[in-house]
Design a protein around this ligand. Structure first.
Ligand code: PLP
Length: 424
């Protein structure tokens, strides 16, 4: 192995340091494998129950009427997430689009949207109209309110109670931390929050942004009362194979409205050709529990490496995990660039490219992104990104296999050592 490392530009000191860290993680890795096995069974059972067949794997064109592959995949998602219905489509372009569909389908002029977990993910801010944008919910007369988490990361129950009013129609709960340093919410905590909200006003629709959380635990937000659970297929549930798409799993009532918003009133879920992507969507979902397990091991490895070097990491090296994101507060733009250079240098695609910070649609400052992925921008693949602003935190995620995540982290460390930003 040492020769392989050397060929890859990783010196003996870095390899030794990383090997020591991994030796301490075996027990946690076993626990992750057990969750993957449980979730593998869940997905397999849903596929068998819905009689996935060869006919499901070939797509349709045009209107896509009676598309058995599409309809069966939606049933498989609904059964895996234990919901009445699901909308799983390649026509949903990304996670932000899935969330925008779920919100705009279920909020009408005069309604209020509440986020009880602080400000949502950057791209959602324009969807809501926190930052003005054409066609935002604000333009359509939907108001917005938010309640921050308390300093210790707990819910501000008094603040939430005070924020709920007659017009509060929908509550959005982001499971993952996004580009912030707050803790990711466990499914159990999400369940407590939903129960509290419904105890105040039982007809509030609770939506969970489940991005990066799928298959990390044995349960999903839909198991603890969420009316809509939403995510991207180029993250966890696509298993690295889905080339595009998003999903919304939830109540029949909510999903029917989402389908009408996505296509057109009157057309709903009946149209939408699946083209050539069905095999990737099924196979990716089938692999997703294992792929997520590999990504989780990578995240824990990264946390332990950088924590040992004195950096503030969220979550810490020993905390339980509720998503696949690992943030490392590097503290300077130069260190972020060096870290990303390492991740990019370990990629199977575009490894010769040097990542540089750049303006991105939906973000209010320059963002650096390292990703040499088979599917453009797929962050279930080995990737790192972060906004170029204080505290200069990098967000690392993905890796289609644990071995690849490991190489990426080792390369990132090597780049920081080479730049004399850290000393082992
Ligand atoms: C990735 C992500 C989204 C959606 O982002 P897209 O890039 O549009 O897929 C939304 N919320 C969170 C928390 C995310 O991590």
């Amino acid at each position: 192995m040492n020769d392989m490392y050397k060929n890859f530009g990783i010196d003996g000191t870095v390899a030794g340091f990383c090997g020591d860290v991994i030796d301490g993680l075996r027990g946690r890795f076993d626990a992750i494998d057990q969750i993957a096995e449980y979730n593998q069974y869940k997905v397999l059972a849903a596929m068998q129950k819905n009689k996935v067949s060869a006919a499901c794997l070939s797509g349709t064109t045009g209107y896509g009427y009676n598309d058995i592959g599409r309809d069966t995949l939606e049933a498989v998602y609904a059964d895996t997430f234990h919901t009445e219905a699901a909308l799983v489509r390649p026509q949903i372009t990304c996670g932000t689009h899935a969330l925008a569909v779920a919100l705009s389908a279920n909020l009408l002029p005069g309604d209020e949207l509440l986020s009880p977990v602080g400000r949502p993910y950057d791209t959602l801010q324009e969807v809501i109209g926190i930052r003005p944008s054409p066609c935002s919910l604000a333009e359509y007369g939907v108001t917005y309110n938010e309640v921050e988490l308390l300093d210790d990361g707990s819910f501000d129950y008094d603040g939430i109670r005070a924020a709920i009013n007659d017009r509060t129609k929908l509550v959005t709960i982001q499971r993952s931390k996004g580009y912030s340093m707050r803790p990711t919410l466990s499914v159990e905590r999400i369940g407590e929050l939903i129960a509290f909200i419904k105890s105040i006003k039982s007809d509030i629709i609770c939506m969970v942004d489940n991005c990066y959380g799928e298959f990390v635990e044995k349960v999903e937000p839909s198991d603890v009362g969420a009316d809509m659970t939403v995510g991207s297929l180029i993250k966890n549930p696509g298993g690295g194979l889905a080339p595009i798409g998003g999903y919304i799993c939830g109540t029949k009532k909510c999903i029917e409205r989402c389908a009408s918003r996505l296509s057109a009133p009157g057309l709903g879920q009946e149209v939408g050709a699946s083209l050539d992507v069905m095999v990737s969507l099924y196979e990716g979902f089938f692999l997703a529990p294992t792929v997520v397990a590999g990504a989780l091991k990578g995240a824990i490895f990264a946390a332990n490496i950088y924590e040992r070097l004195g950096f503030h990491v969220v979550p810490s090296g020993h905390e339980p995990r509720y998503d696949i994101i690992q943030s490392v507060e590097l503290g300077s733009a130069e260190k972020m660039v060096a870290f990303c250079k390492g991740i990019q240098g370990a990629a199977p695609v575009d490894s010769y490219v040097t990542p540089v910070p750049y303006a991105m649609p939906g973000y209010n400052c320059d963002v650096i992104m390292a990703a040499g992925s088979f599917i453009q921008g797929a962050s279930i693949e080995l990737s790192a990104d972060g906004p170029m602003r204080d505290p200069y935190a990098i967000y690392f995620q993905g890796g289609l296999t644990w071995n690849h995540a490991k190489i990426g982290i080792m390369k990132s460390l090597q780049c920081l050592v080479d730049g004399e930003f850290v000393k082992l």
